[in-house]
Write a protein that binds this ligand. Structure first.
Ligand SMILES: *Cc1c(COP(=O)(O)O)cnc(C)c1O
Length: 354
């Protein structure tokens, strides 16, 4: 605290990202990064971009990237697409540009912990809606006056998927609210709601290249929706930073979207490893929530989650534990390579045998 801080700064409760320790040989399963690298075509595209052109500003509108994203989905035009510096930045603009209204917005009690942070930053009222006893979203619980609705699908940190039909039902019940579906993990087991965008002008779908395209370090995210929603985001963006994506990010991201084959191969590998990991965890007595993401959310009836996370850390493996109501007995474990998963399973066998 300093006397130079504004009242806004003093009132903030910033988000705390998962740690990025620099230890050698660490098995890092705490922040849902992709264990496989990005497409080699990403590195080629970035390398090509390094040179004299860096003296020039990048395309403020990211037109080429928007076209690549639109082509990837089909049925979508570049004017349905907004791009930003990671989906966290896209989400920040969404909160200010589309979710700040008279009524409080709604999101699940267990959800992405950045949402309440944006509400604090932009002074947006919110009400949390409890997940059911099985940690699933019940869309009928969102039939109430609201200034907007947002949640991840699959949800984080539970990994549970809400089927597309339920999202359509939620949209039908809330025609006067913006409904934002944060699809950071959709490529690991769900069907994207982008296919509903032409039918629902109040639907905004947010995705990131950080997880399924293995580009957390490049910082690229995007939103797909009706041009009126996209215009709102452009207005906020152009009142904040005209060039959120640099030349390297724009070039690398377009190459990643265009390399369908690498994308398919690596996401299928993650899905296969997840299936094996779930079986192994269940064999040890863990209860594992059904996951459609690149992580699993698991608890052991006899072993305290925080202690297990610490014991794993002593063995050079880090996972995420949240000291939050309802979920403090769960571990959130990123699906790594098969080798990393085997190390995790061996370590947990020792811990749960003790
Ligand atoms: C990882 C994640 C994001 C942020 O992704 P970036 O594009 O890296 O900013 C957004 N929402 C959820 C639910 C996530 O898990």
């Amino acid at each position: 605290m300093s006397r130079f801080w504004s009242a806004t700064t003093r009132a903030l409760q910033p988000y705390v990202p998962g740690e990025q320790p620099k230890l050698p040989n660490l098995v890092k399963l705490n922040t849902n990064e992709n264990p496989y690298g990005p497409s080699p075509k990403v590195c080629e595209a970035i390398t090509r971009e390094i040179g004299d052109s860096l003296r020039l500003y990048p395309d403020p509108n990211g037109e080429r990237l928007k076209s690549a994203i639109a082509a990837c989905f089909g049925d979508i035009e570049p004017r349905n697409v907004f791009v930003g510096n990671g989906s966290d930045e896209v989400l920040a603009h969404v909160f200010l540009g589309l979710l700040k209204h008279e009524q409080p917005i709604l999101f699940p009690d267990i959800s992405y912990s950045f949402y309440p942070v944006y509400c604090g930053l932009y002074d947006i009222e919110f009400v949390t809606v409890p997940l059911d006893a099985a940690f699933a979203i019940q869309v009928d619980d969102y039939r109430r006056p609201n200034g907007g609705i947002i949640f991840p699908n699959p949800n984080a940190p539970t990994g549970r998927l809400l089927p597309l039909g339920e999202i359509a039902r939620l949209l039908d019940a809330n025609p006067d609210s913006v409904v934002v579906i944060d699809e950071a993990y959709i490529d690991f087991g769900g069907e994207s709601a982008v296919t509903l965008v032409q039918r629902y002008p109040n639907l905004l779908v947010v995705q990131t290249l950080s997880k399924s395209r293995s580009l957390a370090g490049l910082r690229v995210g995007f939103a797909v929706g009706h041009p009126d929603l996209i215009d709102a985001l452009e207005r906020i963006k152009n009142s904040f930073n005209s060039y959120p994506l640099d030349r390297l990010a724009l070039a690398g991201a377009a190459a990643a979207i265009e390399d369908r084959e690498w994308f398919e191969r690596t996401r299928q590998a993650v899905i296969r490893s997840r299936t094996t990991l779930v079986v192994e965890l269940q064999a040890m007595g863990f209860e594992v929530l059904p996951s459609a993401a690149n992580f699993v959310f698991a608890r052991h009836p006899q072993h305290d989650a925080e202690k297990s996370a610490l014991a794993l850390r002593q063995k050079g493996i880090i996972v995420r534990h949240f000291k939050a109501a309802r979920i403090d007995q769960f571990l959130r474990i990123t699906v790594g390579t098969d080798e990393q998963c085997e190390k995790l399973v061996a370590a947990l066998k020792e811990i749960t045998a003790a």
